[in-house]
Design a binder for this molecule. Structure first.
Ligand SMILES: [Zn+2]
Length: 205
């Protein structure tokens, strides 16, 4: 009886696999508030009335900040609607924070939040990020872990730049019911994408 209770508790509480990485969960979104808001967002933008994410892609970004982007934890709204901006992971050097679990939809990449895990890398811009090899290496390890956990192929690891073109030929998952026009992002930079992808072991699809 006690064993059954412990097993049930463990199943409910168990986070996503960490693949041996140290993932910090001390800077997180309040899921009780987040879930109904992202569910309504998902209905408006994708016609899907759910907060649940079954991830099939990964999108990489830089934060345009010098330090931890607290707006991804604290903002209540963005561009006139709720919820605020938030991604799944923030990487800075060898540190990884999980803001949202990868099974909950985030608001990090317009046009693909219904399908993708979003990862932000702390840097001001592409050249700044290129000078942060530790951040790029940690991003590669985290991306590898998520690819293995959710069977996401290499071809589905996208830059925000690619997603922002809103071109289904380039990124088949892109969609938005309210406005599907391109919106022109440049993160995290083509050279940084190559650097990260090169560090993902070839045996990972
Ligand atoms: Zn971005």
């Amino acid at each position: 009886m006690l064993f059954a209770w412990m097993l049930a508790t463990a199943l409910v509480a168990s986070p996503a696999p960490d693949c041996g990485l140290t993932i910090q969960r001390d800077r997180v979104r309040d899921l009780t508030a987040w879930k109904p808001q992202i569910q309504a967002y998902s209905q408006r933008h994708y016609g899907e009335n759910t907060w649940q994410l079954d991830p099939v892609a990964i999108v990489l970004h830089y934060t345009v900040s010098k330090g931890f982007p607290w707006n991804l934890v604290n903002t209540a709204h963005f561009a006139g609607e709720t919820p605020g901006l938030a991604v799944h992971y923030v990487v800075d050097g060898d540190k990884i924070w999980e803001i949202l679990p990868p099974t909950v939809r985030s608001r990090g990449a317009y046009g693909i939040n219904h399908r993708a895990i979003n990862i932000e890398l702390v840097a001001m811009e592409a050249n700044d990020l290129a000078r942060r090899p530790k951040t790029l290496a940690t991003a590669a390890k985290l991306t590898t872990c998520l690819m293995q956990t959710y069977a996401i192929p290499r071809a589905k690891v996208y830059s925000h730049e690619a997603v922002s073109k809103m071109d289904p030929v380039r990124v088949p998952e892109v969609k938005d019911l309210l406005n599907a026009k391109p919106y022109g992002k440049s993160d995290p930079g083509e050279a940084n994408m190559r650097t990260i992808l090169q560090q993902i072991p070839p045996e990972v699809e």
